[in-house]
Design a protein around this ligand. Structure first.
Ligand code: MLC
Ligand code: AMP
Length: 510
C-alpha cells in the first residue's frame, strides 16, 4: 500500500523544477520549491532526533511565517500531530490547551518563551523551542544542524494529522482530531471543484492557525504546485497591490469589507484574478453585490468548520449553476448534508432545521472526549454541525443561524459561556450575559450585560480592562453595560434574543 501521509501527496504535487519560486513574501524573500523540500526535511529530522513517541502532539503558537508553515509540513512529514494555537491566546488559554493535549513539543515566539515554557514544563513537555517571524529562534538554530534529506514517515489515512481546538458551549475547548485522510480528501475535492489550474497564484493573507489559512489556502496552493504571495498580516493595500500578479484570493468576510473600503479596488486591479473565495462567517449579500459591481467578479462563498474542513461551496463552473449570494452553495462531492428537525426527522425542501453531515472529511472525534464525541453524532453516524439552515429546491444550502451559542467575529469564534465565566468570577459581579450584535467591520461582535451583587458597584469599562489581561483580544466584548436586571423567561432563563434585539443598533451599519 502506498504511503497515505498527507505530506507525501503535497510533496508529489511540487513542480519538477524545484528551483522555481514557491513563495514570495511581503518582505521580499523568495522561497523555492527546493527550499520547502529541504527546510521541511531538516525540521522533520530535528523532530525525529528528539525520539518522541509516535504521533506526538507538536503545539505551535507563533507569528505567521514561511518557516511556521514549514514546521506544519515537517510535523506531517515526521508523522506527528500538529496543534496550532491562535497567537492572541493568553496564559490561561495556553495553560488549558497544553494541559489538555500534553504536547511533546511546544514552539512559541521568542518574546513569549518565559511564560510559555513555564506552562509547558509544568505540564510535562520536555521540548520547548522558539521561532520568530524573522527566521530567529532555537528551532531553526537546532534544525540547521540536521540533514536536509528525509524519507516521509509512513502513515495510514486514519492516522491523526492535526488537532484543532474549537471552543465549546460550556466554555471548555474541544480538540477536533483530523486525520491525514480527512485533510487530503478535502483538498483533492477542492482542487477539482474550484478549478485550480496551471499558472494559478494564491494571495495568502490569512492566519495559519485555523482551517481557512492552514488547510484550505495552503493545501490548495501546494496540491496544485502553485506559487503563493505570502502576507504576514492582512493589509488591504498590500493585497490590492499583489492582485495583478495573482489569480486566487481567499478571505473571511471582514477582509472583503476592508478591501471594498479601498478606492484603488477596481476592475483594473483585479484584471488577472480568476477567483475570489469567502467563508468562515456569513458574507452579507450587500458585500457580495458591492464586490460584483466594483470588480466584475462574483465571490464564491463556501461553508466549513474545524471538525469537517469544507462542506459546501457555490459552484465554480457556470454550467454547474450560478454563485448565489446569501447561500453557501451545494454539498461538495462526497459530502452528505441533510437538514433535520429537533425530533431528528427530515424537514421538507426549503424548511429550516439542524444541519448534519457525513463524509471522508468528517473528523475522528474530540481529543480525549469520547462522551462529547458520541453526543455530537446521530445514531446513524451523521455529525451535528450546530448550524441551522435549509436546502432549496435547486439544492443550494443557506445557513440561517446557529443552535450553538456562538459569536463569529471577524472569522474567529467566540463562545459567550467562556467570557461570561470570566466576568462572573470578578468581584462584585452577580451575573452576566454576552451576546453577539451586528458590526460593520467584524460582521458580529460581543456585547456584555452585567448585574452587580446587591450592595456593590461594578464598572463596565473596568470589566473590559480585566478581560483584556486574561483573554485573547478578539474575544473581548466591544461594550459592557451594567444593568439592574436581565430579561428572563418564565423558567428564569436569560432571554438573550431580547438582549440582542436591544443592542443590535449599537454599531453603525453601512
Ligand atoms: C482583531 N480584533 C478583533 C478581531 N481581530 N475584534 C473582534 N474580532 C476579530 N476577529 C481587534 C483586536 O482585539 C484589537 O482591539 C483591534 O481589533 C486590532 O487588532 P489587530 O490584531 O491589529 O486586528 P487586525 O489585524 O485588523 O485583524 C482583523 C482580522 C483578523 C480580520 C484581519 O481578525 C483575522 O485575520 N481574521 C481571520 C480569522 C480567520 O482566519 N478565521 C478562519 C477560521 S476557520 P483593541 O481593542 O485591542 O484595539 C473557520 C472554518 C471555515 O472558521 O469555514 O473557514
Ligand atoms: P470553526 O469552528 O472556527 O471552524 O467555525 C465553523 C463555523 O463557522 C461553522 O460551524 C459556521 O457556523 C461558520 N461558518 C463557516 N463558513 C460559513 C459561511 N460561509 N457562512 C456562515 N457561517 C459559516
Amino acid at each position: 500500500m502506498s504511503n497515505e501521509n498527507l505530506f507525501a501527496a503535497l510533496r508529489a504535487a511540487f513542480p519538477s523544477d524545484l528551483s522555481a519560486v514557491a513563495i514570495e513574501t511581503d518582505n521580499h524573500l523568495h522561497y523555492r520549491w527546493g527550499d520547502l523540500e529541504r527546510g521541511t526535511a531538516m525540521l522533520a529530522n530535528l523532530l525525529e532526533s528528539l525520539a518522541l513517541p509516535a504521533q506526538s502532539r507538536i503545539a505551535v503558537q507563533v507569528e505567521k511565517s514561511v518557516e511556521a508553515a514549514m514546521l506544519y509540513l515537517a510535523t506531517l512529514r515526521a508523522g506527528h500531530v500538529f496543534l496550532p494555537l491562535n497567537t492572541a491566546y493568553q496564559k490561561a488559554e495556553i495553560e488549558y490547551f497544553v494541559g489538555n493535549a500534553e504536547p511533546a513539543v511546544v514552539v512559541c515566539t521568542p518574546k513569549n518563551f518565559g511564560w510559555v515554557s513555564k506552562i509547558a514544563f509544568k505540564c510535562g513537555t520536555r521540548n520547548v523551542f522558539t521561532l520568530g517571524d524573522d527566521r530567529t529562534g532555537s528551532l531553526l538554530e537546532r534544525a540547521a544542524h540536521c540533514s536536509d534529506v528525509h524519507a516521509v514517515v509512513e502513515r495510514r489515512e486514519d492516522d491523526l494529522a492535526a488537532i484543532l481546538y474549537t471552543s465549546g458551549t460550556t466554555g471548555r475547548s474541544k480538540g477536533a482530531m483530523l486525520t491525514h485522510g480527512n485533510l487530503l480528501s478535502n483538498a483533492q475535492v477542492l482542487k477539482d471543484y474550484w478549478g485550480w489550474q496551471p499558472g494559478d497564484v494564491l494571495i495568502h493573507a490569512l492566519p495559519i492557525f485555523h482551517v481557512h489559512g492552514l488547510f484550505v489556502a495552503l493545501h490548495g496552493a501546494l496540491l496544485n504546485g502553485s506559487k503563493m504571495i505570502w502576507l504576514g498580516k492582512f493589509d488591504p493595500k498590500t493585497v490590492i497591490e499583489a492582485m495583478p500578479r495573482a489569480t486566487v484570493f481567499m478571505g473571511v468576510p471582514t477582509l472583503y469589507v476592508r478591501l471594498l473600503a479601498e478606492p484603488t479596488l477596481d476592475r483594473e486591479a483585479v484584471r488577472n484574478m480568476r477567483l475570489f473565495i469567502a467563508g468562515s462567517a456569513p458574507l452579507l449579500v450587500e458585500t457580495f453585490r458591492e464586490w460584483q459591481e466594483r470588480t466584475g467578479h462574483t465571490i464564491l462563498e463556501r461553508y466549513g468548520m474545524s471538525e469537517t474542513a469544507m462542506l459546501t461551496s457555490n459552484p465554480y463552473r457556470a454550467e454547474a449553476g450560478e454563485r448565489r449570494g446569501g447561500t453557501v452553495g451545494f454539498p461538495l462531492p462526497g459530502v452528505g448534508l441533510r437538514v433535520r428537525d429537533d425530533a431528528g426527522q427530515a424537514v421538507a425542501t426549503g424548511e429550516i432545521g439542524g444541519i448534519e453531515v457525513r463524509g471522508p472529511n468528517v473528523f475522528k472525534g474530540y481529543w480525549r472526549m469520547p462522551e462529547k464525541t458520541k453526543d455530537e453524532f446521530t445514531a446513524d453516524g451523521w455529525f451535528r454541525t450546530g448550524d441551522v439552515g435549509k436546502i432549496d429546491e435547486r439544492g443550494y444550502v443557506t445557513i440561517v443561524g446557529r443552535s450553538k451559542d456562538l459569536i463569529i467575529s471577524g472569522g474567529y469564534n467566540v463562545y459567550p459561556a467562556e467570557i461570561e465565566g470570566y466576568i462572573n468570577d470578578m468581584p462584585g459581579v452577580a451575573e452576566s450575559a454576552v451576546v453577539g450584535v451586528p458590526h460593520p467591520d467584524f460582521g458580529e461582535v460581543g456585547v456584555a450585560v452585567v448585574i452587580a451583587k446587591p450592595g456593590t458597584q461594578v464598572d463596565g469599562d473596568k470589566i473590559v480592562g480585566v478581560l483584556k489581561s486574561q483573554l485573547a483580544n478578539f474575544k473581548i466584548p466591544k461594550r459592557c453595560f451594567v444593568v439592574d436586571e436581565l430579561p428572563r423567561n418564565a423558567m428564569g432563563k436569560v432571554q438573550k434574543n431580547l438582549l440582542r434585539e436591544q443592542h443590535k443598533g449599537l454599531f453603525d451599519l453601512p
